[in-house]
Design a protein around this ligand. Structure first.
Ligand SMILES: [Zn+2]
Ligand SMILES: [Zn+2]
Length: 108
């Protein structure tokens, strides 16, 4: 995939050559600005409709009540994390579950 350029999947505004893998075999383009955004925000990208959700890390961590989950999110606080999810519009009942799984797993 080296040398390929595509539109940033997060802001859908900028063309970039930077791509990252958010799931096995699923790479997305992310521009420098959005990578910068990922330092202070958790970014979720719906792998079904392509909509990006950006939430301040502090806000997410403050809202989490489950102590285990809170710990998992706090471990991710210093990482630039973009996670593939299925969003509320695509899967109303699954999104919370997804967000929990993604970060509470062994990968973080
Ligand atoms: Zn971008
Ligand atoms: Zn969606």
């Amino acid at each position: 995939m080296s040398g390929s350029v595509g539109k940033c999947n997060i802001c859908k505004d900028v063309y970039t050559a930077t791509s990252i893998e958010i799931e096995t075999d699923l790479a997305i383009f992310v521009c420098a600005d959005c990578i910068e955004t990922a330092k202070d925000n958790f970014i979720w990208l719906c792998i079904t409709c392509g909509k990006a959700y950006i939430k301040p890390k502090e806000l997410v961590i403050n809202k989490v009540k489950d102590p285990e989950l809170k710990k998992a999110y706090m471990l991710c606080q210093d990482m630039q994390l973009i996670q593939g999810i299925e969003c509320i519009a695509c899967h109303p009942e699954r999104v919370v579950e997804y967000m929990e799984m993604q970060c509470a797993g062994t990968e973080c």
